[in-house]
Design a protein around this ligand. Structure first.
Ligand SMILES: NC(=O)c1ccc[n+]([C@@H]2O[C@H](COP(=O)([O-])OP(=O)(O)OC[C@H]3O[C@@H](n4cnc5c(N)ncnc54)[C@H](OP(=O)(O)O)[C@@H]3O)[C@@H](O)[C@H]2O)c1
Length: 335
């Protein structure tokens, strides 16, 4: 089946240059961490992917372990991209990562060359792709020389199995060192993927400066704090929500204090004519150093809601001050 893509797909999305590289990313990218695994309804996952592409989302972010079952998000994504979006492969950026636990034994995780290259080969097989656009070291490995981990990214790019190299969850210092090593190897580190949202600010303590000076782009993950920064949890915990599943987002986070914070943020969003999700995404895009905001979605409706954040990404000084004030009690309290 070949998908007939919406001919207006490039009309509303913005594309931002990723640091000083030649690569441009959509202001909003879609991640497949949740809702695209073998435990999920394939038809729903497929609709979200096709709807995203039809709205100018050209970038899909995966990792070896996304599922559950681990690996199944890549398998499902492979089904859609090869069957329905094959004609559009050159309009699409696919990323994947290696570093978190994936298989038994000493080579199934972390940052050895053995892990990264074997994992990339597995990912390509699952997705049935010849190459990915971005290959990430998913986390810093304190026991492997950084030269080896970055050497593996360089090898991946030189072999043509990846076009660009990136790092995720690295501190500012680790990122500066990674960028230096990769530059010496002749394969620039083009992108960092950190967690960044109204409740989690660690990147402001040095990482964003490092990215600017090294010419790297940033793609912010969990912009909605896994769904907390939306109108879903203002009163109770919806049965079909990520929090109800008590996995990576736990109900103990939703204290009375947190609810008060969310209601106050929701009020600010409403005054701006936005949903809380839209404001949370726009809040990240106000900063030019953020190349793309990497959202998740469990339905086409949510995706459509989030896409509208692009209609207003500017904030008054008073709005920003108010967001700081009312959100502070929620900082670093959602994980
Ligand atoms: N590099 C890393 O270590 C790392 C780690 C985590 C994530 N990531 C990447 O970042 C991507 C996004 O992460 P995330 O899923 O945590 O992002 P998120 O955007 O913060 O949360 C997504 C969840 O928020 C809810 N939601 C989304 N849009 C909504 C809307 N408009 N209105 C109401 N609720 C809405 C949905 O929750 P419900 O499912 O409850 O409906 C959805 O599953 C991942 O898929 C992955 O690609 C990377």
């Amino acid at each position: 089946m070949i998908h007939q893509a919406n001919s207006d797909r490039y009309k509303t999305m913005q594309y931002n240059r990723c640091g000083k590289s030649g690569l441009k990313l959509p202001a909003i990218s879609l991640g497949l961490w949740h809702n695209f695994g073998s435990v999920d309804v394939f038809e729903n996952s497929r609709s979200i992917l096709l709807n995203a592409f039809d709205n100018g989302i050209t970038h899909f972010d995966l990792a070896n372990n996304y599922g559950p079952e681990p690996g199944s998000a890549e398998t499902n994504f492979g089904q859609v991209i090869n069957k329905e979006l094959a004609a559009y492969r050159d309009e699409i950026l696919v990323s994947t990562k290696a570093g978190y636990y994936m298989w038994e034994g000493p080579y199934g995780e972390w940052g050895s060359k053995k892990n990264l290259i074997a994992s990339l080969n597995q990912s390509l097989k699952r997705m049935n792709l010849e190459y990915v656009d971005i290959f990430y070291s998913h986390r810093f490995d304190p026991e492997t020389p950084l030269e080896e981990t970055m050497g593996a990214l360089d090898t991946a790019v030189r072999s043509g199995k990846a076009l660009y190299a990136g790092v995720s969850n690295y501190t500012a210092e680790q990122t500066a060192e990674a960028a230096r090593i990769l530059k010496d190897l002749g394969t620039p580190c083009v992108i960092h993927q950190p967690r960044y949202n109204i409740f989690e600010r660690w990147v402001e303590g040095g990482l964003l400066d490092v990215l600017e000076t090294t010419g790297m782009g940033a793609i912010a993950f969990s912009p909605l704090a896994q769904g907390l920064l939306t109108n879903r949890y203002l009163k109770e915990i919806p049965k079909d929500s990520r929090m109800a599943r008590e996995g990576f987002l736990q109900s103990k986070v939703l204290t009375e204090e947190m609810k008060t914070v969310l209601v106050a943020l929701n009020d600010i969003a409403q005054k701006r004519g936005q949903s809380l999700a839209q404001m949370a995404i726009a809040w990240l895009l106000k900063d030019d150093r953020i190349t793309s905001v990497l959202i998740g979605a469990s339905s086409v409706k949510q995706l459509q809601d989030s896409l509208k954040s692009l209609e207003n990404t500017t904030f008054t000084a008073e709005e920003l001050k108010l967001i700081e004030e009312v959100s502070k009690p929620g900082w670093n309290k959602y994980r």
